[in-house]
Design a protein around this ligand. Structure first.
Ligand code: TMP
Length: 206
């Protein structure tokens, strides 16, 4: 079996993490080895970088520092975990990847898009997902869900930021329709899982 690289994306509170669990179980039931990862994170170094990025105490962090930390965390994850997993034929299911950087650092923060795209090439070591699913939900709903238990440094940016993030995702889906698919994330979680699995169907050409 060839390795398959799938990424899940969306604004905060869109239900990605719940869907990653349900989709991983469905793929495992079909006999696939599934490696579940999250970004930033997934290696000891990347988890330390995650803590720096999300700590509300780091309110003084400048956008360029933020961008480079997300890329640094990613490069470590790609080389240490994602590439070896794909080489042995696993299905890698990653909760966020470089489209988050486009949506949050270019869309949300307003960093130069070309610069962010170039940084993404470096941070991903050139590794492009086979399929990216953007779980699309009304940002007000997602934001309320994400912040119910307190806010991290990114969520502290507020609802207008999340709306810019969502618009950037919508643009990505229209620019790269064969890789990036929008999935309606409203409704019951089982219904969303069925939509997610349907959006992956053409990948299993074994
Ligand atoms: P999450 O794991 O709960 O989704 O939190 C990660 C946060 O970091 C979330 O607010 C999205 C943000 N983020 C970026 O701003 N840029 C990135 O490249 C990634 C991977 C995440």
């Amino acid at each position: 079996m060839r390795g398959v690289f799938i990424t899940l994306e969306g604004a905060d509170g869109c239900g990605k993490t719940t869907q990653a669990t349900l989709v991983a179980a469905a793929l495992e039931a079909r006999g696939r080895e599934v490696v579940r990862l999250r970004e930033p994170g997934g290696t000891p170094i990347s988890e330390k970088v995650r803590a720096l990025l999300l700590d509300p105490a780091n309110a003084e962090m400048v956008p360029e520092c933020e961008l480079l930390l997300y890329e640094a965390s990613r490069a470590q994850l790609v080389r240490q975990v994602i590439e070896p997993a794909l080489e042995r034929g696993a299905c890698v299911l990653c909760d966020r990847y470089y489209d988050s950087t486009f949506a949050y650092q270019a869309g949300g923060r307003g960093l130069d898009e070309t610069l962010v795209r170039q940084s993404n090439v470096l941070g991903s070591c050139g590794r492009v997902p086979d399929r990216t699913l953007v779980l699309d939900l009304d940002p007000a709903l997602g934001f309320a869900r994400a912040t119910a238990g307190g806010v991290d440094r990114m969520e502290a940016e507020g609802l207008a930021f999340q709306e810019r993030v969502r618009n950037a995702y919508l643009r990505l889906a229209s620019e790269e329709p064969s890789r990036v698919r929008l999935v309606d994330a409203s409704g019951k979680k089982e219904e969303v899982t069925a939509r997610v699995l349907a959006a992956l169907d053409d990948l299993w050409g074994e």
